[in-house]
Design a protein around this ligand. Structure first.
Ligand SMILES: [Fe+2]
Length: 180
């Protein structure tokens, strides 16, 4: 289950209901998929063939189609990041800049971990959402954020888009301290 850390106050929010209600208040969708559905051989695998990617998408077909129907997403794929990814450090450096998109950033983690650092309302400020397998998040369009890996430095996630060609990172000039 996801864990939230509010940067300004150090507050930690855990537990499905607390996490969901905090994120919903911030306009961030949070859901959970049953990761036990994933076949054993795909649970901790970070270098995937096209067939294995298809197998993950087929495993969660119902969940993906349900989310897509509710939120207007039209297409989906699998993204993987690990030490096997060429230039991982360079990529992470590029990721770790606050930016916005003109559509939602939707990720369903199926293996490993990731963190979204998201700008909340003015009272809350930036907060981390630490995600593990089964966590599903949608950062709303136009909401400043960035993504990075956790200590295990590996993740597999389903991405959903309205239009992947429109899914471009626009830098966001932050005047406040994002914090650590
Ligand atoms: Fe993004």
């Amino acid at each position: 289950m996801a864990v939230i850390k509010v940067k300004k106050t150090g507050e930690v929010i855990e537990g499905d209901e607390n996490v969901r209600s905090f994120l919903n208040k911030q306009g961030v969708l949070y859901e959970h998929w049953d990761i036990n559905k994933l076949p054993e051989h795909l649970r901790d695998k970070y270098v995937l063939t096209d067939e294995e990617k298809e197998e993950i998408l087929a495993t969660f077909k119902e969940e993906i189609e349900d989310l897509a129907a509710r939120r207007g997403y039209k297409t989906w794929d699998i993204v993987t990041l690990s030490d096997a990814t060429p230039n991982l450090d360079e990529l992470l450096k590029k990721f770790e800049q606050v930016h916005i998109h003109t559509e939602d950033e939707v990720r369903a983690i199926t293996a490993g971990h990731g963190i979204f650092i998201i700008k909340g309302d003015s009272e809350t400020g930036y907060f981390d959402v630490e995600l593990e397998a089964g966590d599903v998040i949608s950062v709303p369009e136009g909401n400043p954020h960035y993504f990075t890996l956790m200590d295990d430095r590996q993740v597999v996630a389903v991405r959903l888009f309205i239009d992947p060609s429109g899914w471009v990172a626009h830098p966001y000039e932050e005047k406040e301290e994002v914090g650590q």
